[in-house]
Design a protein around this ligand. Structure first.
Ligand SMILES: *[C@@H]1O[C@H](CO)[C@@H](O)[C@H](O)[C@H]1NC(C)=O
Ligand SMILES: *[C@@H]1O[C@H](CO)[C@@H](O)[C@H](O)[C@H]1NC(C)=O
Ligand SMILES: [Zn+2]
Length: 444
């Protein structure tokens, strides 16, 4: 090789290095300006999502996934639900053209599912009507999504009205000093197995507390009509595990996910960011895959396992009872999945066949109740790895045999803003799944 060729090779290299570094610099500036404009400033009044869109993208290969992750890292999109070949993304109106161009240039197909998110939010939750409040003695209905005060009012009412059967425990308080409550429903028989059910760990998944309160209502008012195995169980039910986040999703930002404790700004370049993802904060294989270390990220796992008041309260209560735990059910949305451990990585438990069988029976029961097909599998390999989840902790540490995360409706037509008219159908199918899991727990 002569010197001249070598010279050209070196020149080429230098040029390409310069180009690469200028692209990086540009896009970094660009990211900064976008991020400051959109997501990271704390709103003080209700966030208006006019013109925001939800797109369903088709991700066929790793290159597609890289493009989406890069858009997300640049703050141009937020990711919602999805599966391994399809992902729903939220696009801010100022970024619509740019995101569309990027998808097109990379041959990523997409459909606009919601063309105006604000309209979907306004259509989601009709005003609560209280025709029979006097008769019921509480404000709860299953025609609208209710605030935390109505939900606490409902379970407090049940405990006062049926003291032999229902008991409320306040297991802790949030950063904003809201109570975290658990309702115990039990016929008091010695030898009952215990089942934990929770909802509302993620603020924006409104269908979850609605479904969990529906299940409470059924267990309290209709238990006589349920099979014996349903009657002889101690239920511990936490309908709103993240009351600060849930309230914030009603009053300020409909699509808030985390809790509301402010993070240490020195961990994020002196930006003040709020909230930890409670379902990344549990103490089993904490901090592994699918968890962000960035306090501004929606999947931020906290500074250590159980750094958050909500997860810590749940841990201490569960480990502090003498209950004979056999099942754990955590309701989330959306996507229609019945997931079992592990979530931290693609691996299964030694008894996964038992969990899989019961999940398949639960899926069949959902269809028999008129529901859609729920996808079944171990969490990490079915969806994506997510360490620090409550289901992994329930299984790995507390040894609750039948540990499930159920992702409720829908499959992305409405995503997190599922209209309240779907509460009852979704609740009926969820109850059918609960029956199957409780039966398995009663025999475990
Ligand atoms: C949201 O913003 C749009 C347009 O900017 C406006 O027309 C609409 O009235 C606002 N909605 C609310 C609830 O403030
Ligand atoms: C993933 O989601 C898309 C869109 O909802 C659906 O068409 C597809 O069948 C799903 N794939 C799997 C493997 O479940
Ligand atoms: Zn969730």
């Amino acid at each position: 090789m002569n010197r001249r060729i070598l010279f050209y090779i070196v020149l080429e290299l230098l040029i390409s290095l310069a180009v690469v570094s200028s692209i990086t610099e540009d896009s970094e500036n660009f990211v900064q300006s976008r991020k400051t404009r959109d997501a990271l400033e704390e709103p003080t009044s209700k966030v208006n999502y006019t013109g925001n869109q939800i797109w369903k993208t088709k991700l066929i290969n790793d290159q597609h996934k890289k493009v989406i992750m890069s858009l997300r890292n640049q703050g141009l999109i937020q990711t919602w639900g999805g599966n391994r070949t399809s992902l729903d993304i939220l696009v801010n109106p100022i970024n619509l053209n740019e995101v569309a161009d990027t998808l097109r240039n990379n041959d990523i197909l997409y459909n606009i599912i919601i063309d105006n998110l604000q309209q979907a939010i306004e259509d989601e939750n009709p005003p609560i009507t209280h025709d029979n409040e006097d008769r019921q003695g509480h404000r709860m209905t299953w025609n609208s999504y209710h605030r935390t005060s109505d939900i606490w009012g409902f379970i407090d009412y049940l405990a006062q009205t049926f003291p032999d059967f229902c008991k409320v425990f306040t297991i802790g308080q949030t950063h904003e000093k809201r109570d975290i409550k658990v309702l115990k429903i039990s016929n008091g028989k010695v030898g009952n197995k215990a089942v934990w059910i929770d909802g509302g760990m993620h603020a924006r998944e409104w269908i979850s507390p609605a479904v969990v309160t529906y299940i409470i209502n059924q267990l309290v008012y209709n238990l006589d009509n349920e099979p014996d195995y349903m009657q002889n169980i101690d239920y511990y039910i936490a309908p709103v595990m993240n009351p600060d986040g849930y309230e914030y999703s009603h009053t300020i930002d409909r699509i808030w996910r985390k809790n509301r404790r402010p993070n240490d700004p020195t961990l994020s370049g002196f930006k003040l960011c709020y909230g930890t993802d409670l379902n990344r904060n549990f103490g089993y294989k904490w901090g592994l895959g699918g968890t962000s270390k960035d306090p501004c990220d929606v999947t931020y796992g906290g500074t250590r396992p159980f750094s958050e008041l909500e997860s810590k309260a749940m841990k201490e209560f569960i480990q502090g009872t003498a209950a004979n735990w056999k099942a754990y059910i955590s309701f989330h949305s959306y996507g229609q999945y019945i997931l079992y451990p592990w979530g931290y990585a693609s691996a299964v438990t030694t008894d996964y066949k038992d969990l899989q069988n019961v999940a398949h029976k639960a899926g069949a029961a959902i269809r028999a109740a008129g529901g859609p097909t729920y996808t079944i599998g171990p969490a990490a390999s079915t969806l994506y790895p997510a360490a620090g989840g409550s289901d992994d902790w329930a299984k790995g540490v507390v040894r609750m045999k039948y540990s499930y995360t159920i992702e409720l409706r829908d499959d992305g037509r409405y995503g997190f803003v599922l209209p309240a008219s779907y509460i009852q159908v979704t609740s009926k199918e969820a109850l059918a799944a609960v029956r199957v899991i409780v039966e398995a727990a009663s025999q475990a």
